[in-house]
Design a protein around this ligand. Structure first.
Ligand SMILES: [Fe+2]
Length: 482
């Protein structure tokens, strides 16, 4: 009779040497040992070697600051090759308390651009920003001031720059001591710089051309014709932006443009905007208790300008989405408890302005908006536009609502409409529509100053001299004649 050890040995011998399944069993034992070893290895914290960070990586464009609130902001940068980027930031005079953002990696899918969020900022505080690319500090710095809390009344000053010229801007001659609109705008020390439509007029349609437009505008290069923009504005203020036809992609272009999705893609890549709408780049944001801005997308949902002016024709919601941009605007105006609602519209609002892409040619949708404002007793609405390459102000007498047109920042030619189509403006026009007289200046910028229940609008020339002015009260927004 076999004892237990003998029995065990006999069993093992049968399994390994006399059983036809023995090789499979052996293989299973070897494999299970290997898997066990692999699991044990994985459990070890063996450091993986980090890839070597490229020493040639640098920031090519930026930093610029957008989407600023009381407690947050986004820093936009672009690098020359894939790189790891982080932001060091601190309230001015507190450099020793500098914080560092999360590190993000730039890649080809977004053309090496990054929008890096900063959180938990202090309100109404001036921050200094340094960019680190693969750990190296970049020379170009930025600074910006956060907004006040939404519970707090605070004075507000906005500079509006619109309709830039890049290739078409005049070259400054050596020894020319006149100021550009950008230099004068910097001296205003605004809380926000709004860049209106036609950031450039080159009509970019293809992906590389659209990206190049932004790269050109952001160049820190003294040879650039818009160098003053980078030098005095780009790195120094919170920015917000909307497009019009010439930067969206083509003169008088609309929602039918084949490049529509490309335009939106590049806008998101190249500008640190506030959260954009479901169907376009429309945005809204708040400055303190008193001011809310509604930034319209006047192109990517627009019906053709040539379409008959029927109730169906729309500038804001040509695809007739029930939750589209028009409803978003009406709801936003009605629900806002801000004293002032600034509607940033690329196309001018004035019934008497006979321009093919202005609100006068979209009269039904215009009346829907203005009647809604009147019927709901919504005070403090001001429409602020560009597009004319000249300045104009109306207190509501002709536009039914206080209406502002900001001149081109740096173009030499005035007015995109002839004199007889310009219409009536209660507080005047800056710039001559007689285009042949190029000596009459018409470049400049707009200033919106709000202090509680008082709003003041100024149109200034490049030197910063006031050319047009208008004081507005909240109740003026629905006193115009229907
Ligand atoms: Fe323009």
């Amino acid at each position: 009779m076999l004892q237990y050890p003998q029995l065990r040995t006999a069993l093992l011998c049968r399994i390994f040497f006399f059983n036809p399944m023995r090789y499979r069993i052996l293989l299973a034992i070897v494999l299970s040992g290997f898997v066990g070893l692999a699991a044990a290895c994985a459990a070890q914290t063996v450091p993986t070697p980090s890839p070597t960070l490229s020493p040639t990586a640098i920031m090519t464009h930026g930093p610029l600051t957008g989407a600023v609130t009381a407690n947050s902001a986004q820093i936009w940068v672009r690098t020359n090759e894939p790189a790891r980027v982080k932001i060091q930031y601190a309230p001015r005079d507190q450099a020793t308390a500098a914080l560092t953002s999360n590190e993000m990696e730039s890649g080809s899918e977004s053309d090496l651009t990054l929008r890096i969020p900063l959180e938990n900022l202090q309100p109404s505080t001036l921050y200094d920003v340094t960019v680190l690319v693969n750990g190296s500090r970049q020379d170009q710095k930025a600074h910006f001031k956060t907004f006040p809390p939404e519970s707090e009344s605070a004075p507000f000053k906005m500079v509006v720059l619109t309709d830039f010229g890049y290739h078409t801007a005049p070259l400054r001659e050596k020894g020319d001591t006149t100021k550009s609109a950008f230099e004068s705008a910097q001296a205003e020390d605004p809380d926000l710089v709004f860049i209106g439509g036609d950031f450039d007029h080159r009509d970019p349609k293809l992906l590389p051309d659209k990206r190049l437009m932004f790269q050109d505008l952001y160049r820190d290069d003294a040879e650039s014709r818009v160098y003053d923009f980078a030098r005095f504005i780009l790195h120094q203020f919170p920015l917000a932006h909307q497009w019009d036809d010439h930067d969206y992609g083509g003169d008088n272009s609309d929602r039918h443009a084949v490049w529509r999705e490309t335009a939106r893609r590049v806008f998101e890549e190249y500008f640190p905007a506030y959260p954009t709408g479901k169907y376009g780049i429309y945005q809204s944001f708040r400055y303190g208790k008193d001011v809310e801005l509604f930034v319209l997308d006047g192109r990517s949902q627009r019906d053709s300008n040539q379409m008959e002016d029927t109730p169906e024709k729309s500038m804001l919601n040509g695809e007739h989405h029930p939750d589209g941009q028009l409803q978003w605007l009406l709801d936003g105006l009605k629900n806002s408890n801000a004293v002032w609602k600034l509607v940033m519209t690329p196309s001018a609002m004035n019934n008497s302005l006979l321009k093919s892409d202005s609100w006068a040619r979209f009269s039904h949708e215009r009346d829907t908006i203005l009647n809604f404002i009147r019927d709901n007793g919504i005070g403090g609405v001001i429409f602020i536009a560009g597009d004319l390459h000249g300045g104009a102000l109306d207190n509501g007498h002709n536009a039914r609502v206080p209406s502002v047109v900001v001149p081109s920042a740096n173009l030499p030619l005035c007015m995109t409409v002839p004199e007889h189509k310009l219409g009536d403006w209660s507080n005047g026009v800056y710039g001559s529509a007689a285009r042949k007289d190029k000596k009459i200046p018409c470049a400049g910028y707009g200033v919106v100053i709000i202090d509680g229940e008082r709003a003041r609008i100024e149109i200034k020339d490049s030197e910063g001299d006031v050319k047009l002015e208008m004081d507005v009260r909240p109740e003026d927004s629905f006193t115009g004649t229907p």
